[in-house]
Design a protein around this ligand. Structure first.
Ligand code: NAD
Ligand code: G6P
Ligand code: MN
Ligand code: MN
Length: 457
């Protein structure tokens, strides 16, 4: 009998997770699911927890769902621990997004200054959780969903000295769907290879007969759909093209990133398919312009999410609702349960499924250190992920991923030690944060704003 502990159980994503476990119950007989939260999340935990209990009852699955604020009780003898918590709640995310933007800098939950501060707040908490796991469930796997997912996973291995950890993200799943759709092929039949870092990975794709289809997918997704640029002189035509492209990507992308055109010639030269988050690095100017416009209309993404969450919890309160509501797709993390539940299933049953995970690189991407965490395609066995070799990257991609990895390492070191110079250096090397006095001003402002959740600084 399997015991799962989910930290941050009050998350609005919990019904996704529960739905994924229900679907797989025959293969993965979970006896107990413990949803853990903190005092501030108690109300959410009770609402979504009751909804989760209705879901398993309606499905006729003999899984017991426990709700608790006592992490130790939840972790005791767990087989898998999943994490989906947000230190400082959405109010902290509002600051991560607003403060950089007030300086004309991208504010985003996992990229740039915002993502780095999310790491500063989260790393100390995940390391406490790992210490608890050493005492209470020393054989468990830690399945991390908490952002920044790659950095949090690397902190667990390097500083927590805990190897049985896998970092997850839904973006690779969406990328596969997007490519399958663009090529008009069944994605299950295509072979994909991914490599890079969380929210900074590229992918290549092959057909059943071994033909590489990467360039063709680039053509379909980023050249033919490059409406605004190609028809720039003809505004009406450009708008039509953009709308068509947006429609095509709507059910395949992620809800929190708009389908703004990349610069076609650059992606063609790259020769790899980018992930949605590459927009922040490849077309920073367009992304910033869009973020400013969006902010004027709707506030930050965190504020939009707050409203969506309120709507969701109103639905969850309905004593007749016993299935995951459609409205959850408004959140960026759709398909997350496919990743989490399939990963657990694959480890538990040694299924050897190929998935994209954040795991120790172990040579899969020769351009990154052997022991650092990369987001790569891997075969998921009972012994964990076995990364598939990508080889080396072209210089243009290699240079950027190496800077990003150094930024991650420096950010994690700052998060662990509370070293001000390290934090400033991490800001300096992050491509989305300007260097010099502005970096210091921004860092100081954010350190003060987040003081309550940064005991190490
Ligand atoms: P949320 O704001 O709903 O937070 C989830 C729960 O965590 C809340 O109920 C909160 O009370 C609780 N919490 C906060 N601190 C805690 C702690 N110390 N211990 C236990 N619980 C704690 O967040 P959300 O929007 O559901 O997202 C949860 C996390 O998942 C975030 O870190 C988010 O960035 C991440 N996420 C990751 C992906 C991915 O692709 N990996 C996708 C979506 C969201
Ligand atoms: C994306 C990502 C997550 C990200 C989230 C934001 O798809 O993979 O890592 O942080 O969804 O979603 P939200 O709805 O909270 O803006
Ligand atoms: Mn993600
Ligand atoms: Mn910088």
């Amino acid at each position: 009998p399997v015991k799962i502990a989910t930290i941050g159980g009050g998350s609005s994503y919990t019904p996704e997770l529960v739905e994924g476990f229900i679907k797989r119950y025959d293969e993965l007989p979970i006896k107990e699911l413990w949803l853990v939260d903190i005092e501030e999340g108690k109300e959410k935990l009770e609402i979504v927890g009751a909804m989760a209990q209705r879901m398993v009852k309606a499905a006729g699955v003999p899984m017991t769902i426990h709700l608790t604020l006592d992490r130790e009780e939840a972790l005791k003898d767990a087989d898998f621990v999943t994490t989906q918590f947000r230190v400082g709640l959405l109010d902290a995310r509002i600051k991560d997004e607003r403060i950089p933007l007030s300086h004309g800098i991208i504010g985003q939950e996992t990229n740039g200054a915002g993502g780095m501060f999310k790491a500063f707040r989260t790393v100390p908490v995940i390391l406490e959780i790992v210490e608890d796991m050493k005492r209470l469930c020393p054989n468990a796997w830690l399945v991390n969903f908490t952002n920044p997912s790659g950095m949090v996973t690397e902190a667990v291995i390097k500083y927590g000295k805990w190897d049985k950890v896998v970092g997850l993200c839904n973006v690779p799943i969406s990328c596969r769907k997007m490519v399958g759709k663009a090529l008009d092929k069944n994605e299950e039949e295509l072979f994909f290879k991914f490599a890079g870092l969380n929210h900074f990975h590229w992918h290549r794709v092959w057909d059943v007969d071994g033909t590489e289809l990467t360039d063709k997918a680039i053509q379909k997704l980023y050249v033919e759909n490059d409406g605004l640029r190609k028809f720039g002189a003809n505004a009406t035509r450009a708008k039509e093209e953009e709308e068509k492209a947006a429609k095509r990507a709507a059910d395949a992308g992620v809800a929190n990133i708009k389908n703004i055109s990349f610069v076609a010639e650059q992606i063609q030269d790259l020769g790899y398919l980018p992930c949605m988050y590459h927009r922040y690095y490849y077309i920073t100017d367009d992304m910033l312009e869009d973020e400013i416009a969006d902010f004027k209309e709707n506030g930050t993404r965190a504020e939009v999410v707050k409203r969506t969450e309120a709507e969701l919890f109103e639905l969850y309160k309905d004593p007749n609702l016993d299935y995951k509501p459609e409205q959850l797709t408004k959140r960026g993390g759709t398909y997350y349960s496919d990743a989490a539940c399939e990963l657990i299933n694959s480890i538990y049953n040694d299924k050897r499924t190929t998935m994209v995970v954040s795991t120790q690189n172990k040579g899969a991407l020769t351009d990154l250190p052997y022991d650092s965490v990369a987001e790569v395609s891997a075969i998921i066995t009972a012994a964990g992920p076995m990364p598939i070799s990508w080889g080396t990257l072209k210089p243009a991609a290699r240079g950027m991923v190496q800077i990003m990895k150094a930024m991650e390492e420096t950010t994690i070191e700052a998060a662990v030690t509370g070293d001000y110079g390290k934090a400033l250096h991490a800001f300096t090397i992050n491509p989305l944060v300007p260097s010099g006095q502005i970096a210091k001003t921004l860092l100081d402002e954010m350190l003060i704003a987040h003081k309550k959740h940064l005991p190490q600084f």
